[in-house]
Design a protein around this ligand. Sequence first.
Ligand code: AMP
Length: 417
Amino acid sequence: MNGNFTKLRGMKDILPDEIELWQRVEKAFIEVCEIFGFKEIRTPILENKYLFVRGIGATSDIVMKEMYEFKDKKGREIALRPEGTASVVRAYIENKVYITKKIARFYYYGPMFRYDRPQKGRYRQFYQFGVETFGGKHPFFDGEIVQILDISLKKIGIENFVFIVNSLGCRICKNKYVEQIKKNLQEKIDKFCEDCKIRIEKNPLRVFDCKNTFCKENLKEVPSILNYLCDDCKNHFDTFVNFLLKFNINFSINSNLVRGLDYYTRTVFEVSTEKDDIAIAGGGRYDNLVEEMGGPDIPAVGFAAGIDRIVQFIKKEDKEEKKPVYFILLGNNAKLKGLEILKECIKEKIMVEVDYEERSLSDNLRIANKIGVKWCLILGDNEIEKGIMILKNMKDGYQIEVNEKEIIKKLKEITKC
Ligand code: AMP
């Protein structure tokens, strides 16, 4: 080990230059969620590995190939969360939220981890903003979260995106359909890739997630799941679709959309950009998961949006960035006096940047120029003696002397606080 550390594969640093974009996206989602009465929930990043095996499904790609798992010092099997829903469901059950809240609406935000092959827009640590609604069977609950996603993405400035929607039916419809396509796919199993051959036997719906073009081609003649829906599921889907029409949400129905996680029932949806077909969010209903994970029989619906991908599509705003006043404190006395002014600035929310190192005035001015600040406050022994401070405008070099008693008022004026 030579000490030259670099970040792990598939991980990335988000530096201050870029962070404004991330904060804008996060803020937009939070604002919209709060309007709709969703409350934030924060769950641990580490969970018992079997929470995800049970929640997401033992045959899903995430559990089979992509989980970061390890044993802790006591030999417990731990995983870094690969997605948010299983943890939120666990927290919902463990804290018995259902006792006090008939309908519980949550949103969450944070890093997720998947040991996938990194490429553009696919990382091993990535960020998701998600929502989960518990307790609502009505299809308008499905519509509501789609609407939240639609409003948020528009607010963020994403253009030309489309919701791909489908229904997987309830447990009964889904099982009937799975049996049927298993038979269909088994008949031509040789035409599928090695992974799909296993999928056909273990979990045929997963074949729809395969990226291989020849596997996709083979699926063209497979019957549509929409023809296998019972009356209740059909009604649910129609009502959901009507909701989307009512709110002018741009969508199209694709009966091959199954989503990569096993827990979905009835509504599933994905959002992708129309131009380059990049998935930026996905979600759906999971009416059995709460019960399957040891809770009561409570329906639920949710989505997760990929913030790394969303950030790619937006640009920095042109608005002028607020710059700090750069304090140049020459000598020990000035540094001590500077601290008093600093204390007042914090109280008045005046943005300040100080370099406490001992440097010459010219070095300090050079640094201030590099940072691109508009104003410097200069204080040395001379100024302290006279009871003044100098404010220098870095754009035109113009400078003024301000009585130290007036300095906070003047700083507020020039920084418009
Ligand atoms: P999922 O949890 O798989 O339903 O994914 C929901 C959204 O999270 C996707 O539409 C992507 O935008 C995003 N996402 C999923 N996996 C990754 C990844 N490895 N890197 C970046 N974003 C991801």
